[in-house]
Design a protein around this ligand. Structure first.
Ligand code: 2NL
Length: 341
C-alpha cells in the first residue's frame, strides 16, 4: 500500500516535469504553477489527502516525499521563469532600427589627383609613360646633372630643405628624369608627376610643398617644333580647344633655348581681368630644349640625340580649371571644399 502512494507522488512529479518541458512562456508557467501547486486543488497539495488513510509508520516518509516534490517543483518553476527572461534578453533586438541612419562619407578623388590623372591620360595618348622616384635626393640628381652650378642661387641652403650635407627634399621632379636617362638608352619619352619641396612662405599662390608634372622626350631629331606641338595639344586637351597659347623666351640652367608658356585667361576670355592682371594671359609652365650639358651628364651624346623638357605645378592648371583661388585649400582637407569635386 505504501509503495503505491509513493508511486502516486512520483507519477505527479513526472507529469509536472513533462508539462514543464513544454511550457514556452510566462503564462504557461503560471498555469502550471496553479495546476500543480495551487493552494486549493493543486495536484501536489492534493496528494496530502492520502495521508489520513496511511498506516502511522508510513506517514512521515509519505509526507516527506510530497514536501520534497513541492520544493523541487517550486525550484524548477523559478528556474524555468529565469531561463525564459534570460532568453528574452538575449533575443531582444540590440539595434534600434527606428533611429535615423548615419550617412557614410563617400570617398572621392582629391582635385590634385583628378588633375594629375587627366594630365597623365593626355600625355599617355601622345606616347609618354609615367616614371616616379624618391622625394629625398642627392645634389647630383637635384642640381649637378641638371647643369645648376655650385654658386647658383637655387642651391642656397636657405632656399632648400637639406636633411644632411648631401641630401635634400627634391625641388623638382627632373631628378627622376635624370635617373631614367642614366638607366635607359635613348629614346625616352616620360612624364614624372610627384611632390616637390621649397621653403616658401605660404600664401594664396605659394606652398612649401606642391605637385609637379615634368615631361621629357629625347630621341634622334626632336626639335622645338615637337615641343610646341606637344604642349599646344596638351593645353587644348586639358583646357579646351579654344584656349590660346603663347611661348615667351625665358631662361633655365637645364634647357637652351628656354620658354615660358601662357594660356589665354580662362576667366575673362583673354579680354583682361584682375585674375590675369589685365594681360589676358596666365603663365602655366616652363620648357625648353634639353641643355647639351644635361645630356652629357647622363651619358647621352648631344651630337646623336636632342630632346625637349617641360615642367609645371599641377596646382596651377587645377586652380584655373576648377576655379580655386587659394592654393592652401588643397591641403586643408576641409570637407566643404573636398565635396565640391
Ligand atoms: C620651371 C619649369 C622646367 C624642365 C623643367 C628638365 C628636365 C630635364 C632636363 C631639362 Cl631632365 N629640363 N625640366 C625644363 C624646363 C622647365 O620646369 O619653371 N622650372 C623652374
Amino acid at each position: 500500500m505504501g509503495a503505491t502512494v509513493i508511486e502516486q507522488v512520483e507519477k505527479v512529479g513526472r507529469q509536472f516535469r513533462k508539462r514543464l518541458a513544454s511550457a514556452g512562456d510566462a503564462a504557461a508557467l503560471e498555469a502550471l504553477r496553479i495546476e500543480f501547486l495551487g493552494r486549493s486543488g493543486g495536484k501536489i497539495p492534493e496528494l496530502m489527502s492520502h495521508l489520513a488513510s496511511l498506516p502511522k509508520d508510513e506517514k512521515p516518509a509519505f509526507g516527506k516525499a510530497v514536501n520534497q516534490l513541492k520544493q523541487a517543483a517550486l525550484g524548477e518553476l523559478a528556474a524555468a521563469k529565469e531561463g525564459l527572461a534570460a532568453e528574452a534578453d538575449r533575443t531582444r533586438p540590440q539595434v534600434d532600427v527606428t533611429l535615423p541612419g548615419r550617412r557614410p562619407h563617400l570617398g572621392r578623388l582629391h582635385p590634385i589627383t583628378r588633375a594629375r590623372n587627366e594630365m597623365v591620360e593626355i600625355f599617355a595618348r601622345l606616347g609618354f609613360s609615367v616614371a616616379e622616384g624618391p622625394e629625398i635626393e642627392d645634389e647630383w640628381h637635384n642640381f649637378i646633372a641638371l647643369n645648376i652650378p655650385e654658386e647658383h642661387p637655387a642651391r642656397d641652403p636657405l632656399d632648400n630643405y637639406y636633411i644632411r650635407d648631401d641630401l635634400l627634399l627634391r625641388t623638382q621632379t627632373s631628378t627622376v628624369q635624370i635617373r631614367v636617362m642614366e638607366s635607359t638608352p635613348p629614346p625616352v619619352r616620360v612624364i614624372v608627376p610627384g611632390r616637390v619641396y621649397r621653403p616658401d612662405t605660404a600664401d594664396a599662390g605659394h606652398s612649401n610643398m606642391f605637385h609637379q608634372l615634368e615631361g621629357l622626350w629625347v630621341d634622334d631629331g626632336v626639335t622645338f617644333a615637337h615641343l610646341k606641338t606637344v604642349l599646344d595639344m596638351f593645353v587644348h586637351a586639358f583646357f579646351g580647344p579654344a584656349t590660346g597659347t603663347r611661348f615667351r623666351p625665358s631662361f633655365f640652367p637645364f634647357t637652351e633655348p628656354s620658354a615660358e608658356v601662357d594660356v589665354s585667361c580662362l576667366l575673362c576670355g583673354a579680354k583682361g581681368c584682375p585674375a590675369c592682371k589685365r594681360t589676358g594671359w596666365m603663365e602655366i609652365l616652363g620648357c625648353g630644349m634639353v641643355d647639351p650639358n644635361v645630356l652629357r651628364a647622363v651619358g647621352y651624346d648631344p651630337e646623336e640625340v636632342t630632346g625637349f623638357a617641360f615642367g609645371l605645378a599641377i596646382e596651377r592648371p587645377a586652380m584655373l580649371k576648377y576655379g580655386i583661388n587659394d592654393i592652401r585649400l588643397f591641403y586643408q582637407n576641409d570637407m566643404r571644399f573636398r565635396e565640391q569635386f
